[in-house]
Design a protein. Sequence first.
Length: 438
Amino acid sequence: MRVAMIGAGYVGLVSGACFADFGHHVTCVDRDVDKISALKRGIMPIFEPGLAELVAGNLSEGRLDFSTTLAAPVAAADAVFIAVGTPSRRGDGHADLSYVYAAAREIAAALAGFTVVITKSTVPVGTGDEVERIIAQARPDADVAVVSNPEFLREGAAIQDFKHPDRIVVGSDDARAREVMTELYRPLYLNAAPILHTSRRSAELTKYAANAFLATKIALVNEIAELCEKVGADIQEVARGVGLDNRIGSKFLHAGPGFGGSCLPKDALALIKTAQDHDAPLRVVEAVVAVNDARKRGMGRKVAAALGGAVRGKIVAVLGLTFKPNTDDMREAPSIALITALQAMGADVRAYDPAGMEQAKTMLSNVAYSDSPYECAQGADALVIVTEWEQFRALDFDVLKRVMVRPVVVDLRNIYRPDDMARRGFVYARVGGTSNNP
Ligand SMILES: NC(=O)c1ccc[n+]([C@@H]2O[C@H](COP(=O)([O-])OP(=O)(O)OC[C@H]3O[C@@H](n4cnc5c(N)ncnc54)[C@H](O)[C@@H]3O)[C@@H](O)[C@H]2O)c1
């Protein structure tokens, strides 16, 4: 099949490269000229394990190419995916659909023959109706079916997720469109990944409902972690006991500094707005957003507490800036709220991240960036682990103790054990459990 992927960001690039790997002919279109020219030279715009190899392989096999103009690829395509951004609209939290609608207008002008237009971007319920209306208005003659096919991949494991999804949700009542979608995903279907055919509106809402559910799990476990600290329980023991219940499951039960990223925060806000507009407010999700915002802000106080109550004039070394490991994505990362809070309290902040520092530099000011965890810790009063990159899981504490002014570690991901840290002579604070002060 011939596929045009409009938007070569996280989702468009990964999906496009994976569809090409399945054997389809894919053109990824992006209006960002620098991004496309870099991709043509094999330079990835994002850090995602395995992506460069996947793109290079399919480029050289001739199944994948890149373009800044969509007319020719759309005219030739059986399926056109819209994978542009849907950020929070400034001011009110609604999803900003201007990129989706602009793409729909451009696609309409180029359509030729029966084409399935698929929204892969996360869009509020009813957006497919509007995309259909835009296309019908611009091109009443077009033979087109508009489908919702939300994407559930996770950054950092995007290729694995795309190729081994728990499910593929296809929202359409059109038999011809269902056939095209089934053919596109056939290699996965053979691997027994279930294709769930739903109405378009159900598919659109499924994506938001799933993200709201995941966000709720994190917010709840973080609140329970707070309670653990007050009552002398341990969140890791509690979460394990809870997660072994099959009805709940153990994923997304890790206490931490609050959720961030390009999806959960903005999707929760957009869902809240949609629900309010339809007079069916989602109070649980509203509380989740408030809890998470407070959680992120509260992490600065946790660091201050580990340093005896104040950070003014102290040097704080932050390890991990991205919202999770194996990505360079800094969108809504908890590190931003933490560093801003520490600076407001008078701390001097240093930071190290294996992949996110370039992006961080555009978002945070007055941070000294380091080339390694140990350079970052040099002369620091406290070391804070914010993102659980693999390379932070086996730090050399003898070196850290030598280079730091005080042996204070605040572990916001609970990757170390309090008894170990006490044995090594560190003041160690973590989330959801007793800290030590040897
Ligand atoms: N990032 C994720 O992990 C993830 C996961 C699931 C779903 N989603 C959803 O997928 C969508 C895309 O997210 P992303 O993270 O890939 O965004 P992104 O910002 O990384 O990429 C969007 C790309 O679209 C391009 N673009 C915008 N308008 C265009 C147009 N008219 N023509 C051509 N290119 C255009 C931009 O230049 C950009 O490169 C969003 O709705 C997001 O919520 C993201």
